[in-house]
Design a protein around this ligand. Structure first.
Ligand code: SF4
Length: 228
């Protein structure tokens, strides 16, 4: 099915549903039906170790590249202990197609060391502990909490920032502000799916320069569309 047909079909079906009264819930529900799994969830297969590595690999890297590199990576390093025993040169060589591969190879090696020494090889499930790992900032920690542990966090990247503003849910200039404001206006049960659905929707439809508003299944909820 073409993108146009698929979205039109999806929109038709969904608009006839008895959607919840609140707009934000309706938006999340509509997009959740369409975007069911993120790259990190697919590659991570529910394993916190895989999700942590995949999230780091995915930073500033195209999805297709991340997926291909992650699969080879996990064939070679099946556990954090195997990664800890590797040398940085081998890791770098294996991940050379992703962005910032040298830095990431060092970070992965150091991260494996910390996990083995401090956490018995387990990935911690607390934001502050995650942020102590090399290469893990606020957004990456949020992704790990959401995708590995199902904990309510709101990782905000450029897609989440842009779409939240276009929809009129927040009025912010930077992703860090957006995270704070979204936490005020969104019920916690909407936090979990938000990163996945907005990242995928932002790549496919609500793109940065030329959003495909004519195909958008949530246009009736969009403040930007109503202004144009
Ligand atoms: S109507 Fe356009 S700007 Fe608004 S959410 Fe949809 S694609 Fe984005």
């Amino acid at each position: 099915m073409t993108l146009k047909k698929s979205l039109t079909h999806s929109s038709k079906n969904l608009s006839s549903d008895a959607l919840p009264v609140k707009d934000k819930e309706a938006v999340v529900r509509i997009l959740s039906k369409r975007y069911q799994k993120s790259l990190v969830e697919r590659v991570g297969r529910g394993s916190p170790y895989r999700i942590l590595v995949a999230t780091i690999l995915s930073q500033r890297t195209r999805d297709e590249t991340t997926e291909r590199v992650a699969e080879s990576f996990f064939r070679r390093f099946k556990s954090v202990w195997e990664l800890d025993a590797a040398n940085v040169g081998e890791i770098r060589n294996l991940i050379k197609s992703v962005g910032f591969s040298s830095q990431k190879a060092h970070n992965l090696k150091q991260t494996a060391r910390i996990l083995v020494e401090k956490y018995e090889g387990k990935v911690p499930d607390e934001e502050e502990k995650l942020k102590e790992l090399p290469g893990v900032g606020q957004k990456t920690a949020g992704c790990i909490l959401v995708y590995a542990f199902g904990k309510p966090a709101l990782p905000v990247d450029t897609h989440v920032h842009r779409i939240s503003n276009r929809l009129g849910w927040v009025k912010t200039k930077r992703p860090e502000e957006t995270e704070k404001e979204l936490k005020k206006v969104l019920k916690k049960d909407l936090w979990l799916p938000l990163n996945r659905i907005f990242v995928l929707f932002g790549r496919e439809v609500c793109q940065p320069r030329e959003p495909k508003c004519v195909l958008c299944p949530i246009k009736r909820f969009c403040k930007q569309k109503q202004k144009s």
